[in-house]
Design a protein around this ligand. Structure first.
Ligand code: 5GP
Length: 193
């Protein structure tokens, strides 16, 4: 998606440790018009599929998924929580995910009543790097007996391989910008063509 690539080029910064910072428009300050265009792009890509639910993970995925849902007949958005809370009552599906940015493991939890067998799920997240966060969401869907129909990602760091591994397994991964390489010293960013 050209618009997203241009924003990354203009406002993204490359940090040491393979971290791309896009706080100006994606995951701190949010450009809702851009989110809307991203939602339209995923709706076009997944047009042939029946989607009954969008599943994401807190925190950065939530805003993107909620705006995107407007392009999917307003299907509900469920976000997996990253910590136990007294607000989480009843039965839950739980798995563990290793965080690329925080470099530690954390639980990923969704209440059973919000993810069901028979759900056709579109997974949405801001970034795809090694694929750990998505593995967690896929695990939750498997536990629930829900079908993963597709995966919509804003920024995939292709050089970390998580996206291609998921594609090899047959998942329909639609990443709107795929960074093939980036350099923290020069700030150069190359996109996959
Ligand atoms: P993965 O689990 O695929 O290795 O990493 C994806 C998760 O880590 C995303 O949910 C995202 O929050 C975070 N993440 C991974 N790489 C980056 C990055 O370069 N920049 C930012 N802002 N977040 C990232």
């Amino acid at each position: 998606m050209k618009e997203l690539e241009e924003r990354i080029r203009r406002e993204g910064t490359v940090k040491p440790g393979n971290v791309l910072k896009v706080d100006a428009f994606l995951n701190h300050q949010c450009d809702v018009t851009l989110f809307d265009h991203m939602g339209a792009a995923w709706a076009e890509h997944f047009a042939g599929k029946t989607i009954t639910k969008i599943l994401t993970i807190e925190a950065s995925g939530i805003g993107i998924a909620c705006v995107a849902a407007r392009h999917f007949d307003g299907v509900p958005v469920v976000f997996a929580k990253k910590a136990q809370s007294i607000n989480l009552d009843g039965d839950q599906y739980t798995t563990t995910v290793y965080s690329f940015t925080k470099q530690k493991e954390f639980p990923v939890i969704v209440a059973k009543k919000y993810l069901n067998a028979g759900d056709h799920v579109l997974l949405i997240d801001d970034f795809l790097a090694n694929g750990k966060a998505l593995r967690g969401l896929i695990d939750l869907c498997e536990s629930a007996g829900a079908v993963v129909e597709g995966i919509g990602i804003a920024v995939e760091k292709g050089f970390q391989g998580g996206g291609d591994r998921l594609r090899e397994e047959g998942y329909d991964v639609d990443s709107l910008a795929i960074v093939e390489s980036m350099d923290a010293e020069t700030g150069d960013i190359e996109f996959r063509r």
